[in-house]
Design a protein. Sequence first.
Length: 419
Amino acid sequence: MTEPETPGTPGAGEFEAPPLRRLRYFHGQMLGARDFQREQDYYRERLKLRMRGLLGYGVVCGLFVEPVPGHDDCPPGYDGHPVADGPAAPEEPADEHTEAEYARHRARVRITSGLAVDSDGNEVVVRDGCDIDLYKALLPGERDTGTVWVGIRYAERPVEPTRAVYNDACADTSDCEFGWTEECHKVVVTGCAPPVDERCDTCCSHGAHTTLWLARIDRVDWRRPVRRDQIHLNVRRPFGRHVPTVITGVNWIHGHTYTIDEAKALLGTQDEDGGLVVRFSAGVRTDSLQPGVVEIQVIEGGSGRNASTWYMGGTFTEPDAECGEFTREFRYRQTTREMLQDGDRVLITVRAAFLLDRCRRPVDGTHVGGRVPAIDVAPDTPAAAREGRDLPPSGIGPWTSGTGAGGDVFESWFFVKER
């Protein structure tokens, strides 16, 4: 017997599509409500199949999760700082005035208007935005958590009651039927971490990830307003057939100036635990970390014909044993004894097209604007250098590498200057 393929491997799953039968008209044909309904279903299924097969699914635009604007007066004891003891269950209001004050400051967020497509190919439209009371939206058994996830999913509801003119000859007909179906959305709030779609090809099957997650909210206190720094939007899936693996952080500051000793410590010149660290958004195959993928070039200080360049020898350190076939980061350290001098520039190149992710796709490595943030930097480093300065055009931060095309080269550099 052949073992079934696991999700996330190329070729896993079979192509799923409904039978495509369209109505064939002829003279004298008797058509009923069921025929017209099936004709609608035919065109809807074709559109959904085309959407998920050719374009993919995810958030197209908008659908940001924001704090609900508060009021000038805050509840007693609120100092604007996070609560360390976890969520506190709201107390029952004593009277109408207390209830109104309590409702004003309950943990709420707002989903802005926007468009998304779920894994079935349904278009989810939020027209005017909506406010969500996180406590009411959660299931009673999940209200003891301090972290919640907010998402939306496609929904339908019948609208516009209409009286039937004729009765159905084959079945009982009610006095009033709904004449239209409104396509809408449903807000989903959970205290359990949602599953990650690990399929390599999302067009083959559908129905597994019909909820589109928009944000994770940490340190929730039901009696206090949600602050912007508690809301993390990086759980959103961008619209597309797959989510590319990107570089999310490096342990040096792009364009920064280091002393000679700091640069030696960073490169691991005399420290086996040192070296350049590159971190990814998802697992990268360890067997793709081959010689030549990372290159360190030193451009000596000075200008004109007197300046020269040389390549610094280095190697990948052994990944942790628990990483196995995949790793979320690598460390590359200098293995030769060449010394840096005042005024040198160290150019770091990572050939991302040769780094393969779980689905054997290349890492999307273009270092757009030099804004990939630094990890594990010194506390006294300027905030602008630590945080990658500003948000990317999507408004979802922090910055990562990549343009959506995949592959390419990650380039970065830093300068060396004696104190």
